[in-house]
Design a protein around this ligand. Sequence first.
Ligand code: NDP
Ligand code: GDR
Length: 378
Amino acid sequence: MKVALITGVTGQDGAYLTEFLLKKGYFVHGVKRRSSLFNTDRIDHLYQDQHENDVRFKMHYGDLTDSTNLIRIIQETQPDEIYNLAAMSHVRVSFEMPEYTANADGIGTLRLLEAVRILGLTEKTKIYQASTSELYGLVQAVPQSESTPFYPRSPYAVAKIYAYWITVNYREAYNMFACNGILFNHESPLRGETFVTRKITRAASKIALGLQNCLYLGNLSAQRDWGHAKDYIEAMWLILQQEKAEDYVIATGVTTTVRDFVRMAFGELGIIVEFSGKDEQEKGVIIDIDREKATQLGLNLEALKLGETVVRVDPKYFRPTEVDLLLGDPTKSKTQLGWEPKYDLQALVEDMMKSDLNLMKKDEYLKQGNYKTLNYFE
Ligand code: NDP
Ligand code: GDR
């Protein structure tokens, strides 16, 4: 039985990857941080009673900032494959926590590579490093491929560029099977609530149910190449199944503005939103409602009014330095890995909207019964 170790197992990608590897027959070890509240929501459905016989999923307390802990976990688990997904992954927050981000995302990767080397596992253990399209940062060329120069624009991206190069260096210096997946933005119903797509799908659902009046966003003109996390975790696995360790871009090859993502999300509910105004004064207004669809979906038609402003700009969400345009060229991954995404953007938005509308309906129900409802911190 193959053994995988996943850091960041409690995150969006960790959850999908765990499910994927368990289905493939792997034994999966996950590294999770100690927290004062349960932080395993995304993987609770995969939990197995540890006293049963055929347990294939085990969790270990750990942190990318703690070398000895990583060495112990790797020694105990002797993994064939390590997927290093753990990171302080929010770009805007990295401006507020630059030192921690460098430590966890940058040096954390070094700690992991060094642990494998110290333990003499360089021939046995393959390593996947979660690299990112944020490395491209300030646009040098589009579409962005494996040979496009990097120009990071945030403490997060700078930390990840260290992780990228130290992975390449350990591959070259110690002949390790260590690879970078340069993944463009990927989303899903499990996406963290403060990333822009999930913030939009949650808010559109709440507005349609009369639970929120307006959605406040930052830069509406930013363009992202958005795919579905379920497709992207499969690429991670494929990268480690190749004969030779290499780095790959994983992307859809289509880019869209935040503004258009908002339109598509509301569009799923039969609500047509149009934008007017410039910069901080820009706003999104309801210009049409498909009442039949809205009724079918159980929306609150009394709360939805033509001419109502449902999106505004709040400059607090602007970043000190922004990444304006990401558009990936997935030619290498398609030809070499045979990777083909199943979801396009429309299918992704549909999946997220369906899930969040259901979630918000449950929340409305709980609210009516005076039970504890979801957290709304941004
Ligand atoms: P999430 O933010 O959903 O998950 C991050 C995971 O890392 C969580 O399990 C988190 O734990 C854990 N973590 C954070 N800090 C530490 C630490 N110091 N030690 C151990 N664990 C830690 O990210 P995603 O699943 O979206 O992304 C996975 C990886 O891929 C990340 O490295 C991200 O930077 C990278 N990436 C993501 C892309 C995307 O579009 N999603 C695109 C390109 C790269 P907890 O649950 O306790 O917070
Ligand atoms: P990103 O994702 O920074 O690309 O990093 P995010 O969804 O946070 O932002 C995408 C774009 O939307 C703009 N934006 C807003 N963003 C947020 N979060 N909140 C807002 O209100 C808002 N308004 C506009 C942003 O300015 C940005 O241009 C993600 C993370 O998953 C990283 O870990 C990963 O490496 C990259 O994707 C690829």
